[in-house]
Design a protein around this ligand. Sequence first.
Ligand SMILES: [Zn+2]
Ligand SMILES: [Zn+2]
Ligand SMILES: [Zn+2]
Length: 164
Amino acid sequence: MIEKLTMKTNTEHCDARETLEKTSLYKTPQRIAVLDTLISSSVPLSVNDILKKICTQQKINKVTVYRILTSFKGKGIVREIETARGISYYEISCHHNPVHAHFSCRHCGMLVCLDPLTVSQTWEWFTRPRNFTIDHITITMTGTCHQCEGTLNCNSTADVVNNT
Ligand SMILES: [Zn+2]
Ligand SMILES: [Zn+2]
Ligand SMILES: [Zn+2]
């Protein structure tokens, strides 16, 4: 099953400072550090992941990271991915990282970004002019990853969660 999943591969990135300039948020060192971490990551990150990556250079705590992510989410520069295990992951939302579905393993929590082209119908919703604007969509497929399949003897299920 894992062979069919495609990881996104981005070589180009947005600049954290430029991205913050486009919002009305102040360019604090902590905001730049959180945004930089998300921009340079090829996988979505949890609050703990972000904290681990930046705590060596920044005096920052979990509450501050949460608050920064909430403000970024409000400005539409990051997306939140909720997983079956109740942990939220965050990824950059820009033209380098167009909206796409995710696969989440319900056993180990592994999260994979899927190729945006595989959700062509979703893409059509975004590109066809309508009398309303969609700025966020969540599609997370949940099941059992390749690694867990080897250690668990259970059937995988696929849920498609589609909100807002
Ligand atoms: Zn970008
Ligand atoms: Zn797994
Ligand atoms: Zn993703």
